[in-house]
Each structure stands twice: as C-alpha cells, then as structure tokens.
Design a protein around this ligand. Structure first.
Ligand SMILES: NC(=O)c1ccc[n+]([C@@H]2O[C@H](COP(=O)([O-])OP(=O)(O)OC[C@H]3O[C@@H](n4cnc5c(N)ncnc54)[C@H](O)[C@@H]3O)[C@@H](O)[C@H]2O)c1
Length: 499
C-alpha cells in the first residue's frame, strides 16, 4: 500500500515484505542541514531533571580513578556514587516504556543479540538507559558514549556503569572530552564492535575517519536523527557507505509520535517553564503547518489561544483552514501577535525585519531542527542589548526600550527547555532495538551497502506493542474483508526470531 503524506505532496512507497525494504530518497535534502560535524553535539538539550550539573565538581572525570561495586573501572562517568539515584530514574522511565520491557521479556530467552557488540552514541538519559539495558538483556555487549555534551544525566550514566555497561559520558563535556569518549568506546584492545547505534552521525563519522577497518566486522548501522540520516545518504551517494544502514528517523511511528504528538505535549511545557505565559486569549503565529506545526497548534487551540498559521504549501495551508486556523502572511500579523513559533525546517523564516516590527514582550521561539529558522545572528548588533533573565531566556532590548523575549537562543524549544514524554521515547527505542535485531540477524545478501527504511509491518509491530497500555484491542481482518480490501492477510509483523 502507498502512504500519502498530503502536506508534502509526495508519495512514499513502503515495502510490504521484510525482504524489500524501501530505499527512501532523503527528505532532508531540501532542508538546511549544513551543520558542522560536531554541532549536534554542542546544541543544548536537557531531557530530564538532573541531580547534578557540571559545576558541582571541578575535577574532570578523565582525571578520576573510579571503580564500581564489582571492581570494574571500564567506564568514565562524573560520579559512580550517584548510581542509586540513577537506578531510581531508570525505574521511573521503565513505567512508561512497557512495550520495550515486554520486548525484553519476550525475547530474552532467545537472546537475538547474542554475540552482538554494539557501540552506541545517543543522549544518555533514563529512557536510553532502558534501551541499553534491553539490548544487554537480549545478549548484546554495549559500549556507550553521549551524542550531546549537555544531555547526559550523570546519575543515569553512573547507574549504567554500576550495572556493568562500559559508558563514557558526563554532563558538560568539552569538545575534546566528547571525541575522547567516543574513541574510548570504539578503540578497545580485544573488543571490536559489530553493530553501530548512532544519533547524529558523529560516532559513524569517527569510525570512518579513524578506524575504517572496523567496518569489515560491522553488520549494520542504525541511525535515529535527521542529521545523521542525512549524512548517511551523503555517504551512500558518494559510494562510500560500506555497510547497510537503517533510517529510523523516517519510520512512520517515529515521524508521527516524535513530530506530532511529542510536540503537542511539549510546546506548552517549554513555553510555560520559561515564561509562565497564560495562553487563553493570546495571539500566536505558528510558521509551518507540517507534523510539528499541527501538534503545536492543537495544543495552543485547546488552551484558547487565537492561532494564525503561515505556510508555503497550499495543501498544508488548506488543512490549516479546515482545522479552523487563519492562514496569513507573517507580515500581516507580526505587529499584533504575542508569541511567534517557527516549525518549518527552513531557514530565515523570522528575519530581523520581523523582529524589528514585533510588539513589546513578544515571545519568539523555534520548534524546528535547526537554530537558523529565526535569524538570531542579526540580533547580535551593537544597538541591541541582550539581558539573560533566566536560564534559556534572553530579553533583547531595542534602543526605544522594546523587549523581545527570545527562548533558547532560537534552538529547539522543547529539547532545550522541557522534557520529552517517555512514551514517545519508548516508541523510538523499541524501533531502534528491532532495527538492530533485524540487521544483526539478517541473512547474507538481504541488505546491501545502502540506507533502508523500516518496513511498514515493523512500524505496525512497534505500534501494536505500545497499544496494550491503553487496554486497546485490535480488530482482526476476516479473510473476506482482507480480500475485499485487496490486502494480504499475514497478520502483524513478527521479527524473524519469533516466527
Ligand atoms: N521539536 C521537536 O521535538 C521536533 C520533533 C520532530 C521534528 N522536528 C523538526 O521540526 C521541523 C518541522 O518538522 P515537520 O515534521 O513538521 O516537517 P514538515 O515538512 O512536515 O513541515 C514543515 C512545514 O513547514 C512549511 N514551510 C517551509 N518553509 C516555510 C516558510 N518559509 N514559511 C512557512 N511555512 C514553511 C512546509 O511547507 C511544511 O508544511 C523539522 O526541522 C524537524 O526536524 C522537531
């Protein structure tokens, strides 16, 4: 079956069959993604309350000698003594990650990852810890570093180290620490990775640059982020991709949950934590009515805000109209609105000219991937004064006293200023685990040296694993109905090891 994404006016064909994964032309090609190798690692991100920050102890973890209670020192974290705190955080996360836990329970007898040596580079939070521990329960050995210098929950890293995972990460790493940690994961005598789980592409890049021979043993790369997937497609285009890779970012469940539902939940959280703003009666303009824009608008509308939309795509613009929003040009409303939110994946959507015309106290923020949607650079001029009023909140003051409230310096609002719902991360983590299992167990020749999209059936399987927590029951097609719809009634997708 074909899936149509109306707002993109483009069709994406999904494979019905496990054997025929679709190669998916990069969606990111038209986006501004010319980020430097390490920029993703330096973007600010905070995923959950951390008990510690980088200022509580000035000694670099690299200088410390630490051992866990079993006498191992095969890790480098801020403070191993915080392991108990971290364990509690992981247990809290497990409560809303029941699908991943059920996958763990169902498959741990068969150990589909026995012999897998996974080198990973992701945010290190309570939720990713649940993923890492699931991979270990399924038989894998893991070595892990952080994909972002700010996002590590130190106590969670300590809990993982205490449990025996070789984790090299702490909150507030320097650029040099960041690459050192990745290197410690890859470069280890007597241990060679055969799988890569990456978020952002920095680990993959490092292996390509420093240890290309490692790829002789690697069975596959699983990549989660827009940026990392874009880099994989570039490698593929240049003929340099020498192993199969799975693009988790563009899987249907991730797109729907991460972009639409996650943003619907976290937009208000990010705005309220930073500004305490009341939304009822406020005039808000949202730039872009794609998945992220739709999520943001639904939340704002529910609280009684008056929402305007700007769009360049007539189909999305029509959808906005049908949903009861007024579609406008930014220039028409910029003087009167109280809040401006960008979520286009484009650049320079809010220009200095727009910023000059905003009213006093207008709040400006971005929900798109890149920090160039709002032209923040244009605000760094001598006539404007910047005042940091709270963490992630700057007042930019014009000579006449007008203030614009800029959040997270134009970086992703929800990732910088609020938390991401655990349930959403469970969906992504379950997809990552299944992608690793599939690539690791695939028979020779099923995957070539290319980037693959997950098949629709695997997406359906991830979704169905998440259903029971709502006590939902799927209706099964009868043979007659399947015939009527022209569908092949195979039942839900099961990973190979279940069949
Ligand atoms: N904050 C988060 O948690 C989060 C989650 C997922 C994705 N993202 C990011 O958010 C961005 C949007 O993602 P999406 O899935 O909604 O993409 P999308 O392609 O579905 O939607 C973007 C929309 O913006 C419109 N657009 C482009 N340029 C515009 C302009 N100049 N003015 C007005 N509209 C314009 C497009 O027509 C499109 O409808 C991406 O950068 C994505 O990486 C953020």
């Amino acid at each position: 079956p074909k899936k149509l994404r109306p707002h993109l006016g483009r069709q994406i064909q999904f494979a019905d069959d496990m054997q025929e994964f679709t190669k998916f032309p990069t969606k990111t090609g038209r986006r501004s993604l010319s980020r430097s190798i390490s920029q993703s690692s330096t973007d600010s991100y905070s995923s959950a309350a951390s008990y510690t920050d980088s200022s509580d102890d000035e000694v670099s973890p690299r200088e410390k000698q630490q051992t866990n209670s079993k006498g191992s020192s095969n890790f480098c974290v801020k403070n191993i003594k915080q392991a108990e705190f971290g364990r509690r955080e992981i247990e809290i996360a497990e409560q809303d990650m029941s699908a991943l836990i059920s996958l763990r329970k169902r498959a741990q007898g068969e150990k589909p990852l026995a012999g897998a040596k996974i080198v990973g580079c992701t945010h290190i939070t309570a939720q990713t810890a649940v993923l890492i521990e699931t991979l270990c329960a399924l038989g894998a050995q893991c070595r892990w570093s952080a994909c972002n210098i700010y996002s590590t929950q130190n106590e969670v890293a300590a809990a993982l180290a205490e449990a025996g995972v070789a984790v090299f990460a702490w909150k507030g790493e320097s650029e040099d620490d960041f690459w050192w940690c990745i290197d410690r994961c890859v470069n280890m005598d007597g241990w060679q990775a055969n799988m890569i789980l990456d978020d952002g592409g920095d680990l993959t890049h490092w292996v390509y640059k420093k240890y290309p021979n490692v790829f002789k043993k690697i069975r596959g790369i699983v990549e989660e982020s827009v940026t990392g997937v874009h880099r994989l497609y570039q490698l593929s285009k240049a003929g340099k991709l020498c192993v199969p890779a799975m693009n988790v970012n563009d899987s249907v469940t991730k797109q729907k949950f991460d972009n639409l539902y996650c943003c619907r939940e976290s937009i208000l959280d990010g705005l309220k934590r930073t500004t305490d703003v009341m939304f009822g009666g406020k005039q808000v303009v949202v730039c872009g009515y794609g998945e992220v824009g739709k999520g943001c608008c639904a939340a704002l509308k529910a609280l009684g805000a008056i929402v305007y939309i700007t769009e360049i795509d007539p189909i999305c613009a029509l959808q906005a109209c049908m949903d009861g929003f007024r579609v406008v040009k930014l220039n028409e409303v910029i003087r009167q609105v109280d809040v401006v939110i960008t979520c286009t994946g484009n650049k320079n959507v809010v220009t200095r000219e727009h910023l000059d015309r905003m009213k006093n106290s207008c709040i400006v923020c971005n929900m798109g991937h890149s920090n160039t949607e709002i032209d923040v650079t244009s605000l760094r001029t001598p006539e404007l004064t910047w005042e940091r009023v709270r963490s992630q909140v700057d007042h930019v003051i014009w000579p006449d006293g007008k203030r614009v409230v800029l959040l997270a310096e134009g970086r992703l609002l929800n990732l910088s200023c609020s938390t991401v719902p655990t349930f959403v991360l469970s969906i992504t983590a379950t997809t990552q685990a299944l992608a690793l299992i599939e690539l690791y167990n695939a028979p020779e020749g099923r995957y070539k040296q290319d980037v693959y999209l997950l098949p629709k059936k695997m997406d359906e399987y991830v979704a169905s694993l998440h259903l029971p927590s709502f006590d939902a029951h799927l209706t099964e097609l009868t043979d007659d109905q399947a015939k009527y719809l022209g569908l092949n009634k195979n039942g839900p997708f099961k990973p190979n090891y279940y069949r």
